[in-house]
Design a binder for this molecule. Structure first.
Ligand code: SAM
Ligand code: SF4
Length: 474
């Protein structure tokens, strides 16, 4: 087992999780409504919150205070983000793993896990199956293994981009894999990746040690915490953080996530592009410890509080959650969801209607087909978007101004969401979804003020509808 050395850390390597300070901030004390209002207002004015201010939101637990936080999150979501929801799908590439994270079916000591790595041919088959359903954005997921080094990840990314079928193409590939060294990040950057995601799982040191056995690579807390600093130093300015909720006190993890976001912002001038907040799910041969499991009500609080704490960061909600809950919490400020997801290796062509725990990392709660999710979003008034324009035009990192520049969303995001939606409807939509989609596009156009932009957008929509023109973006 090669354990990382100190000289493999970034220049900003630091254990910025001051456990004493965070725990003190979480000592239960009543929150004055005036103070709560100040914090919510600061966020509604689009200022990121400090760790202390976030702790105020975590402590405000009287029912009407929680309602105020929910309301604040809904308002921020409406004012800042509008009604777009970006859609992606996960694609599992390999289940070999040298680590032994107790909660994960891929852990090396699990004798029941099916170990498999997609061959290049199998990968193409999966990508084509995803394209045939209408996907344009993927996240590739890897266990941690010497076979899955930076060159392998980069080759996989290139194969995905090269695989095209009909009007189908994957336009953005994100990665969720083990932390790399700076040289490794340069290699994957070169292949044209979007976001590099690493979840810290739990920011609480003793719990981290408990779930990540010593003598595994992942046991090194600082090496993992530093993973996205190294990504920044390798030229990847688009990174995603996350925490696995259910291992330790959720309030502590929220403060950990906010501390991490502030650390990246301070050292690199850019915060994380996205935050994920997966809840622990059943996995093969893993006995869930109930102590810290997060119930639905607290899960809603997590999302609303994160929304308010980091107004410029995208929030990702995954298919680990049930359809009804996904539908409800969307309004609190979620900006991306996966849809039509299968996480078994080869699952997009080989899986049936049920899940087999041995074949996947954990089980999902929402395996509805993409078209069904699209239909529901449209009926609820959301614009499902497959837009990839910012990343392809180099609008990333500090140039990623989606949420910061007034009018940016109206000028770029909404039109791009509508053209990518039109592509979906024409090429892949079921008759019912086409009908819902056409109505939504009409309603959105009616909201736009007349002028050059609207004119150009209408021309583009028409040319997608009536010709083979695709991939038109602002
Ligand atoms: N192997 C790499 C790593 O651990 O960073 C990357 C991918 S891992 C397959 C992706 C994420 O799945 C992990 O970071 C963890 O948060 C999440 N995960 C693992 N087991 C889970 C479970 N039982 N329920 C929910 N999420 C889980
Ligand atoms: Fe391996 Fe990642 Fe699973 Fe841990 S969470 S056992 S590193 S795949």
């Amino acid at each position: 087992m090669s354990i990382p050395k100190e000289n493999q850390l970034s220049s900003a390597a630091q254990d910025f999780i001051d456990e004493n300070r965070l725990s003190k901030l979480l000592v239960s004390r009543p929150v004055d409504n005036g103070r709560l209002e100040e914090v919510v207002q600061k966020s509604l004015d689009k200022h990121p919150l400090t760790v202390e201010e976030t702790a105020v939101l975590l402590q405000a637990d009287k029912p009407q205070q929680v309602e105020r936080i929910f309301e604040g999150a809904r308002t921020l979501k409406r004012n800042v983000y509008g009604n777009r929801i970006v859609i992606f799908a996960p694609l599992y590439i390999g289940s070999k793993c040298i680590n032994d994270c107790l909660y994960c079916a891929f852990r090396r000591s699990n004798p029941d896990a099916v170990r498999r790595t997609l061959s290049s041919e199998e990968l193409k088959v999966q990508v084509e199956a995803l394209e045939d359903r209408g996907h344009k954005r993927l996240i590739l997921v890897f266990g941690e293994h010497p076979d899955y080094d930076a060159h392998f990840i980069a080759d996989t990314v290139r194969t995905v981009y090269e695989t095209k079928k009909g009007h189908g193409m994957i336009r953005r590939v994100n990665i969720n894999a083990a932390p790399l060294d700076v040289a490794g990040y340069k290699v994957v950057k070169e292949a044209g990746i979007g976001t590099y995601q690493i979840f810290h799982e739990t920011y609480h040191h003793a719990t981290y040690a408990e779930y990540h056995p010593l003598n595994t690579r992942k046991a090194d807390y600082l090496y993992r915490l530093d993973g996205l600093n190294r990504a920044m130093e390798g030229g990847i300015d688009d990174v995603g953080i996350g925490s696995l909720f259910g291992l330790y006190d959720w309030r502590f993890e929220v403060l950990g996530l906010v501390s991490h976001a502030l650390h990246l912002q301070k050292h690199y001038g850019v915060g994380p592009h996205t935050i994920s907040f997966p809840r622990l799910r059943p996995a093969s041969r893993f006995k869930l410890n109930e102590r810290y499991l997060v119930g639905d009500h607290d899960f809603k609080r997590i999302i609303a509080i994160l929304r308010l704490a980091v107004p410029y960061t995208g929030l990702i909600l995954t298919a680990r959650e049930r359809p009804e809950l996904r539908r409800e919490v969307m309004a609190f400020g979620v900006s991306q969801i996966d849809a039509g997801s299968r996480i078994e290796l080869g699952g997009y062509t080989e899986a049936g209607d049920t899940q087999v725990l041995e074949r996947e990392q954990f089980s999902l709660s929402d395996i509805r087909p993409l078209d069904e999710v699209m239909n529901e979003l449209l009926r609820d008034g959301y614009i499902p978007s497959f837009c990839t324009a910012c990343y392809r035009l180099g609008r990333t990192g500090e140039h990623f101004m989606e949420f910061a520049i007034p009018g940016f969303i109206k000028k770029y995001c909404t039109p791009n969401a509508l053209t990518t939606l039109m592509e979906y409807l024409v090429d892949y939509g079921s008759p019912e979804t086409r009908k819902e989609g056409a109505q939504l596009i009409e309603r959105e156009l009616a909201k736009m003020k007349d002028g050059q932009l609207k004119q150009k957008l209408m021309e583009r929509l028409e040319s997608i509808r009536t010709s083979d023109k695709r991939d038109l973006y602002f």
